[in-house]
Design a protein around this ligand. Structure first.
Ligand SMILES: C[S@@+](CC[C@H](N)C(=O)[O-])C[C@H]1O[C@@H](n2cnc3c(N)ncnc32)[C@H](O)[C@@H]1O
Length: 201
C-alpha cells in the first residue's frame, strides 16, 4: 500500500484545500465530474474508461481505497482521473462556484442510527454547497441501498431551489452505472437500490 501511495499517488493527487479549477487539472482541459466516496475505486475506473473525454475528480478519506485507485489508474494507464485524499466537504468548499459538470455520490455512508444522521452527506446545508459548485445543466446523482436515507435524499433534493429532479421521484437504475461493492452487498442483503438524479437550474 505504501508503495502505491509514495510512488503512484503523486501523479494523480490533488491538494484538498487548494484544488484550483478542476478542468485545469487535465491537459487538455476536460469537463469534470466529482465522485464523492469512491471506496476501492471500481466505479471510478469503469467510468474513466467509458468516458475518456471527461475528467473525474475522486475524493475519499479511506487510505486503502486511495492506494487501490492509484494502482488501478497506473495499470490501466488512465489519465482522466485525479484523486483527493480527505474530507469531501473540505474539497468542495475550496472549489470555485459553477465549476463541475456533475457530482456523484454512490452509496454514501448511510449512518443508520438516528443520532448519527447529522453525519450524512445529503442534508440541506451540504446539498446547497454541492449544488453551488455545479454548472448550469450539471447533474447531481445519488444512489443508496438504505430506504430511509433514500427518502431523506428525495426530500432534501426536492427542497433545494437550485436543483430540478429529472423524474418525479427516483430514477430507474441507469444501465451505465457500474455495480459497486456496496450495491452488491445491499442487494445480497435484500435491500432495494434507489437512484436520484437532479439537474442544476
Ligand atoms: C459506503 S462506502 C461506498 C463506496 C463506493 N461508492 C461503493 O459504492 O462501493 C462510502 C465511502 O465514502 C467514504 N467517505 C465517508 N465519509 C467521507 C467524507 N467525508 N469525504 C470523502 N469520502 C468519505 C468512505 O471512506 C467510503 O469509501
Amino acid at each position: 500500500m505504501n508503495d502505491a501511495l509514495d510512488e503512484l499517488l503523486p501523479r494523480y493527487a490533488v491538494a484538498i484545500e487548494s484544488p484550483g479549477a478542476p478542468s485545469d487539472l487535465f491537459d487538455p482541459p476536460l469537463p469534470v465530474v466529482l465522485e464523492i466516496g469512491f471506496g476501492m475505486g471500481d466505479a471510478t475506473v469503469t467510468m474513466a474508461r467509458l468516458e475518456p473525454d471527461r475528467g473525474i475528480l475522486a475524493v475519499d478519506v479511506h487510505t486503502r481505497g486511495i492506494a487501490a485507485l492509484a494502482r488501478a489508474l497506473d495499470s490501466e494507464a488512465l489519465t482522466n482521473v485525479r484523486v483527493a485524499h480527505g474530507d469531501a466537504v473540505t474539497l468542495v468548499e475550496a472549489l470555485p462556484e459553477g465549476c463541475l459538470a456533475g457530482i456523484r455520490a454512490w452509496f454514501p455512508d448511510p449512518w443508520p442510527k438516528a443520532r448519527h444522521h447529522k453525519r450524512r452527506l445529503v442534508q440541506p446545508v451540504t446539498l446547497t454547497l454541492l449544488a453551488s459548485r455545479l454548472q448550469s445543466g450539471g447533474t447531481m446523482h445519488f444512489a443508496t441501498d438504505w430506504p430511509e436515507y433514500a427518502e431523506q435524499m428525495l426530500e432534501v433534493v426536492s427542497a433545494e431551489p437550485t436543483l430540478r429532479l429529472t423524474s418525479t421521484g427516483f430514477t430507474p437504475r441507469p444501465e451505465w452505472r457500474p455495480m459497486t461493492r456496496y450495491e452488491k452487498a445491499g442487494l445480497t442483503a435484500g435491500r432495494p437500490v434507489a437512484d436520484l438524479i437532479a439537474v442544476r437550474v
